[in-house]
Write a protein that binds this ligand. Structure first.
Ligand code: NAP
Length: 290
């Protein structure tokens, strides 16, 4: 059996770190670290993620201002709301749940949110900074993947990592983060003709396709580490992107459920605390000048 890279110990370690950082903010004058959670419409999975974030943030001591907005909102009205949150002195960070209703411009949050309040690293500014090797606020899911590798002492530097998936929120930033940790990185996607050709050469395989059985036992070398971000449902049961046969060959693998997903929200909380520190520093600077 491979080593199971459970998410829970990693999540608890991040929570422990966060408590100390939040205590510093709470001891200073001013409001507690506060995030606005913007949910447009009634997408069921977004709503359940939304409620789960409210619970996690409350537990670690971050205030959340929920903004539930009706599905019929226009682009210009949503732009106005996000603009107000950018300038709201009580708000340190903002998350906008995806997917937005179809009639809305999906790139609007990436265009409009302030990079300093962008706690899920979706803005063009934060994506650009990550790609230039100067990360600011980074997407929480892939950053959680790096946290898992580090927590379990899995070396990244000098290793060959193959990432399957290139979306702006998981695959692509994961590839950039691995590059930042000095791995050699290959990215595969839906147009890659023979993914196994690449994954068989990998020390670390990252799955972020959202398709079952993207990786089978014959596609990895013995002992490879597999980070599975995939969330799929087969007969009502949650599975990742790796076929169960991968367990027979992998050296270590994240379980699904119980692996990467558990860590994502804690990293989002950690990003909020970072945004709170940036925000308070800016306020202090403005006060000094003014
Ligand atoms: P996405 O936007 O649909 O992107 C999927 C990516 O996978 C695309 O780049 C696509 O290639 C590629 N792909 C699709 N089918 C493929 C195949 N058969 N072989 C190789 N590549 C394939 O999805 P996402 O938002 O990145 O999410 C990916 C998965 O992670 C989903 O299951 C999602 O639910 C899960 N997720 C997990 C967490 C967590 O915390 N664990 C958080 C967020 C998302 P093209 O670019 O060529 O289309």
């Amino acid at each position: 059996m491979p080593q199971l890279l459970e998410g829970k110990p990693v999540a608890l370690e991040i929570e422990r770190r966060l408590r100390d950082e939040i205590a510093l903010i709470d001891d200073a004058p001013g409001p507690p670290a506060t995030a606005a959670a913007v949910l447009v419409g009634d997408d069921e999975s977004s709503y359940s993620y939304f409620r789960s974030i409210l619970r996690t943030f409350k537990r670690v001591g971050i205030d959340v201002v929920p903004r539930e907005i009706s599905a019929g909102i226009s682009d210009s009205h949503l732009r106005l709301i996000l603009g107000e949150l950018n300038h709201d002195p009580e708000i340190d960070g903002v998350i906008v749940f995806q997917p937005l209703p179809h009639h809305l411009d999906r790139s609007l949050p990436a265009n409009v949110l302030s990079a300093d309040k962008d706690i899920d690293g979706i803005t063009y500014s934060n994506a650009g900074r990550l790609s230039l090797g100067v990360p600011h606020l980074v997407p929480s899911t892939p950053l959680g993947g790096i946290e898992i590798l580090k927590h379990y002492g899995i070396p990244i530097e000098g290793k060959h990592a193959v990432v399957v998936g290139r979306s702006p929120i998981v695959g692509q930033p994961m590839a950039l983060l691995l590059l930042g940790e000095n791995a050699s990185v290959t990215v595969c996607h839906s147009r890659t003709p023979d993914i196994g050709y690449f994954t068989r050469q990998a020390d670390i395989v990252v799955l972020a396709a959202g398709r079952t059985d993207v990786l089978t036992a014959d596609m990895i070398s013995p002992g490879a580490v597999v980070l599975d971000f995939g969330v799929n449902f087969v007969d009502g049961k949650m599975t990742g992107d790796a076929h169960e046969s991968v367990q027979e060959v992998a050296g270590a693998i994240t379980p699904v459920p119980g692996g990467t997903g558990v860590v994502t929200q804690r990293v989002l909380a950690s990003n909020t605390v970072k945004a709170a520190r940036i925000h308070r520093e800016l306020v202090r600077e403005v006060d000094t000048i003014g």
